[in-house]
Design a protein around this ligand. Structure first.
Ligand SMILES: [Zn+2]
Length: 66
C-alpha cells in the first residue's frame, strides 16, 4: 500500500489522470529530448490520492521499462 508522503495515511491507488478538453494523453518517458517522442516511452502514469490531506502522487508500475 502506498503511504502518503505528507501525512503517512494509506493512499487510494490506481486512480487515473484524465485531461478535460484537449484529449491529449500524458505519458511518462525516460527520454527528455523533444525530437523522438516515442523513444523511451513508458506508459501512462497512475495516480494515488490521499483521502485525508488531498496529496496527489504520480507513479508507474511499468518499472521493468525503466
Ligand atoms: Zn495525506
Amino acid at each position: 500500500m502506498r503511504k502518503c508522503l505528507r501525512c503517512g495515511s494509506d493512499m487510494k491507488e490506481d486512480c487515473a489522470l484524465k485531461i478535460e478538453g484537449s484529449g491529449n494523453a500524458i505519458i511518462l518517458s525516460t527520454d527528455t529530448g523533444d525530437s523522438s517522442i516515442f523513444h523511451g516511452k513508458i506508459g501512462k502514469p497512475k495516480v494515488a490520492i490521499c483521502p485525508f490531506c488531498g496529496e496527489v502522487s504520480f507513479y508507474t508500475d511499468e518499472l521493468k521499462k525503466l
